[in-house]
Write a protein that binds this ligand. Structure first.
Ligand code: SF4
Length: 419
């Protein structure tokens, strides 16, 4: 979501005549977006804010420095005191407010209409724009998660605005579309208007745009229904990627995490989704070392990961986030070494399982979108977001191509373009 926000902002600045620069000292404006989902990300933000203090041009001036994002939303006043060399602290949960504040504070933008229709070029060094945000914030209260506190309660972007944004991306040349929300399946549930549910959101986008691929991220398992599997997961223009964070294979830990589903429910949903979509590419998030996780619970996660056959997984060791239910109720009793032991073992096992599953694509022909060309080599991505390395001859960034997969690693493929 941060990438989506920054891509959008960078494209607006680009369209308004801005130029990206390699050396920060040559910039007029530096905007730092931050993440607070894990302690490490938050520490990186503080360290970067600190480094910006030394940024001075030879004439003593410096760029306008802006801090944004979840770290800021939690503690704006403390940050302003600790890093007084930053000029502005902005709340990205209100993108219109960000643009208005920039226009007020940054002289080169005062006269520009940052809301105007713009056509971002796909070769500015920015990633090809493809994200549209449908939901900001989250109404769930998973015990370990700081997102509801950092990003606030769920706010749905109005459907007509999402459609207009998607159509604008399409006109600008975006090859595909990814629709984002902390829990995208909850779209419309805060409005009380039944027509604005997730299924209608996706079906409206499918009807009102011509994107060949539409992806949606991220899906809370408790909100996945058979209707969604039948109408959305199975739709030929919806990508086969289903990112469904399991987090733990232990029902007791899932209950302590307040996730709202158990392993049996998850298992049934995956089976149904695979029935509806035989080429489903299932990815997940797994969290080990939750404060109440015993060795037995951890083994249940390993067993679940093997049984469910995830094609890929994002795996983390528990990181205590101040202000969360888990921090208040359980603390962080597991030694770091033990959490890392569990994480490293899980990563090694899941990588082996994922690699074995990825081999099913060797010899297959897959459609890809070309993302980068560097000399004679290109990187493309499949509909399920896997990078494919292939020779660049005849390929163009932003276009679809057909590849034959020649080898599969854990997190990428190699292939050749085929006519
Ligand atoms: S669904 Fe749970 S884990 Fe996901 S953002 Fe909301 S509170 Fe956090």
């Amino acid at each position: 979501m941060n990438v989506a926000d920054m891509d959008d902002l960078a494209a607006r600045l680009d369209a308004a005549g801005g130029q990206p620069v390699d050396d920060p000292v040559r910039a007029d404006l530096i905007m730092v977006n931050t993440c607070t989902v894990r302690a490490k990300a938050e520490e990186k933000a503080y360290s970067f804010f600190g480094e910006l203090k030394r940024l001075r041009r030879t004439d003593g001036t410096r760029p306008l420095l802006v801090g944004m994002g979840c770290v800021v939303n939690k503690q704006r006043e403390e940050l302003a005191k600790r890093f007084p060399h930053l000029d502005l602290w902005l709340d990205f949960s209100d993108p219109d407010g960000v643009l208005a504040a920039l226009r007020q504070s940054f002289a080169p933008l005062t006269a520009l209409d940052l809301d105007a229709e713009f056509t971002p070029a796909l070769d500015t060094g920015l990633s090809p724009l493809r994200f549209v945000t449908a939901i900001r914030g989250c109404n769930h209260a998973c015990a370990y998660c700081v997102v509801p506190r950092a990003r606030g309660p769920q706010r749905d972007v109005p459907l007509d605005r999402i459609v207009a944004e998607a159509q604008r991306l399409e006109r600008a040349g975006a090859p595909d579309l990814a629709v984002l929300g902390q829990n995208i399946l909850a779209y419309g549930t805060t409005s009380g208007d039944k027509r604005r549910r997730f299924v209608e959101l996706l079906e409206t986008l499918l009807g009102e745009t011509g994107f060949r691929w539409i992806t949606y991220l991220t899906s809370l398992p408790g909100d996945l229904t058979e209707e969604i599997c039948e109408r959305i997961v199975a739709h030929p223009r919806v990508t086969p990627l289903l990112h469904l964070p399991l987090q733990s294979g232990s029902d007791r830990v899932l209950a302590d995490m307040r996730r709202g589903y158990d392993l049996g429910h998850y298992r049934r949903l995956v089976a149904y989704a695979r029935q509806c979509r035989p080429d489903l590419y299932l990815t997940t998030d797994l969290l080990v070392g939750f404060p109440t996780e015993t060795e037995e619970d951890y083994q249940a996660t390993l067993n679940a990961a093997e049984e469910l056959g995830f094609d890929d997984a994002f795996m983390f060791a528990y990181s205590e986030r101040p202000g969360t239910l888990a921090a208040r109720k359980y603390g962080d009793p597991l030694p770091r070494g033990e959490k890392l032991r569990r994480l490293n073992e899980l990563i090694a096992r899941q990588r082996a399982w994922g690699k074995a599953r990825n081999r099913r694509y060797v010899g297959q022909r897959l459609a890809v979108i070309v993302e980068r060309i560097d000399g004679a080599a290109a990187v493309a991505r499949t509909a399920f977001n896997k990078p494919v390395h292939l020779p660049a001859a005849g390929l163009k960034v932003g276009e679809y191509a057909l590849t034959e997969i020649t080898s599969a690693k854990v997190s990428s493929f190699a292939g050749n373009a085929v006519p």
